[in-house]
Design a protein around this ligand. Sequence first.
Ligand code: FMN
Length: 192
Amino acid sequence: MGKKDHVCRVLGIVGSPRRGGNTETMVDEVLAGAAEAGAPTEKVILSKLDVGPCRACDACRKTGKCVQQDGLPALLEQMDQSQVWVLGTPVYYWGPTAQFKAFVDRWYSTEHQVTPKSVEFEGKRVILAIPLGGADHDARHTVGMIEDALAYKGVELFATVVASGVERKGAVRERPNVLAAARQAGRDAVEK
Ligand SMILES: Cc1cc2nc3c(=O)[nH]c(=O)nc-3n(C[C@H](O)[C@H](O)[C@H](O)COP(=O)(O)O)c2cc1C
């Protein structure tokens, strides 16, 4: 990943609908670390992308393509062109946001795609950024769900940054340790 002859692109995917909130702040911090390490970075906001939930029509099993030509295909292309993904979601009722879960469920269509695949999961590196109002323990299902989904897809989980006890918008800005961990994870994902 840190090889000089390969450009390591880093894509931040924000699963919170609250713009400028704790998730976006954490994702920004990871991206800033990656940029310090010399990587080009991009960021997308899922709630602005129109990524609908999987309809379980299973058309992708026959055609290798999802029938929903919404915001997902372009996002998958961006993901394919990036080597590191920063996945951010707050905890909503012990799980990820609806926007984030819809996005993950749509990975289903990529399992049946014929070559060339729209996105290659294997070999990617992921950093998770997860804020929540409650305690660390309350993030366990959200972190666990994403960990298992990534393992299933053959993706390396490089780092997980959880910010517990941050309820209001901007609260994570008062947590220098969390911001430093996020920035370091971004730097390390590019350099190591
Ligand atoms: C609909 C909703 C459900 C929430 N559920 C939980 C929860 O189950 N546990 C928790 O610790 N915090 C919960 N929270 C608080 C958020 O996780 C917290 O405010 C987080 O920092 C929001 O991140 P954001 O600013 O990026 O949107 C919830 C917030 C909302 C709006």
